[in-house]
Design a protein around this ligand. Sequence first.
Ligand SMILES: Nc1ncnc2c1ncn2[C@@H]1O[C@H](COP(=O)(O)OP(=O)(O)O)[C@@H](O)[C@H]1O
Ligand SMILES: [Mg+2]
Length: 321
Amino acid sequence: MGTKLKAYLRLLGAHHILCMNRRNARYIAPGNPRQHYRLVDEKIKTKTLAAEAGVPCPETYGVVTYYGEIKRILTRITTTYNTFVIKPNRGAAGRGVLVLERDKDGKWRKPSGVRMRAMDLHFHVTSILSGLYSLSELPDQTLIEQRIFPHVFFKDIACGGTPDVRIILFRTVPVMAMMRLPTTRSDGRANLHQGAVGLGIAIATGISSAAVCHNGHITCHPDTGANLLGLQVPDWPAALAAARRLAAHIPLNYIGVDLMLDAQHGPMMIEANARPGLNIQVANNTGLRPRLEFLQTLFARGATADQAWAELYPRIAADTL
Ligand SMILES: Nc1ncnc2c1ncn2[C@@H]1O[C@H](COP(=O)(O)OP(=O)(O)O)[C@@H](O)[C@H]1O
Ligand SMILES: [Mg+2]
């Protein structure tokens, strides 16, 4: 085994990193029954569940299911709103998400300034319906929804788009969080795959502790140079409460809930995930394993989610796990 690989494995062990095999074998396979995946793989379905759980979401302006209705629905939306978001119902990693705004001349543009003509919008919806961006490349529906604007807190640390916060929960207890900040490169989307910044957020306090971009650690936003560390995310207790309410309403034990923090309406759910990525550990500079294993021990002893949460937090804060 090469010395580089050995050093990497030592690092994984020392930081108690959760790897994909362990995540799948210990948490996803036993706790996330496959038949419930569609509750989170389909954004339209998840929004219905969020509404039932009392978690606000961006307003749905329209859903396109058939090619024959594209023109009618797009005409209604482009004559009613000045900004909106088009996305695949079954998309992932920001693929096919289009944030649009009308400029002062009445033309539609992406946050990067690229012009989108009526025929470009029509073509984009056609591509979504054909399944170009959908998880299993099956035909898909198009969701058109209200655009959420970033809270003033994000003025210097998000470019051209709205950040989101991912909270991972195990049996409704939040275990780790990451904020994702759009960059010029990510064109209105807060997905790491598109070039966004991942910001590790201390789960108990909502304070940023580390930042990554393209898997390398950074301390300042790549576009604005603003400091990224030691920032207090606004409305943090409300974000945790919203994520817990949604998790309690979805029959999946291990789940990632993505929220946006709207200045007026507080946390709003945009999607949830049954197989949330593991790079949240890189953004937080720490592993998920000790937290999950501690919770498993508590649950095995019969603790409730509230008791487990009350026991987990002081340990994370004091770094004694
Ligand atoms: N309603 C919205 N308002 C503003 N930005 C949005 C909205 N929906 C999505 N976005 C931006 O696009 C990104 C990807 O959207 P998301 O719904 O999470 O799809 P995906 O499953 O592809 O990640 C979000 O992180 C956010 O930055
Ligand atoms: Mg997303």
